[in-house]
Design a protein around this ligand. Structure first.
Ligand code: HEC
Length: 82
């Protein structure tokens, strides 16, 4: 029983870690408030370009996201950018 509980904790832990990256951006980047995944991957070809554009965005809504460099990189990786 203990083992099962431990496994559950581990699995849920990993699940919450996985809920980072692009998942953090999707609320806004759904194509309504901000460009969606398809629009962004069409515009940016590399992770560097993408991260740079995120930081340079003039949108006040991007403030929290652009301060988190690791988060931006994780999002870029989720979009398949290298
Ligand atoms: C609170 C809402 C919100 C969140 C969360 C958010 N964004 Fe944005 N983002 C915006 C808005 C609004 C713009 C400006 C859209 C425009 O210029 O048309 C923007 C612009 C951008 C741009 C520039 C697009 C361009 O064409 O120049 C990039 C890249 C970007 N966001 C990436 C991200 C990433 C990566 C995350 C998650 C780590 C994220 N955003 C989270 C709202 C958000």
């Amino acid at each position: 029983m203990r083992r099962l509980a431990l496994t559950l904790v581990l699995v849920l832990g990993f699940a919450s870690l996985a809920f980072a990256g692009w998942d953090k951006c999707q609320g806004c980047h759904s194509g309504k408030t901000a460009p969606d995944k398809a629009a962004l991957t069409a515009k940016f070809k590399t992770a560097d370009e993408f991260v740079k554009a995120s930081k340079e965005s003039k949108s006040p809504m991007m403030k929290a996201a652009s301060a988190d460099e690791a988060g931006l990189k994780a999002a870029a990786a989720d979009l398949g950018l290298k």
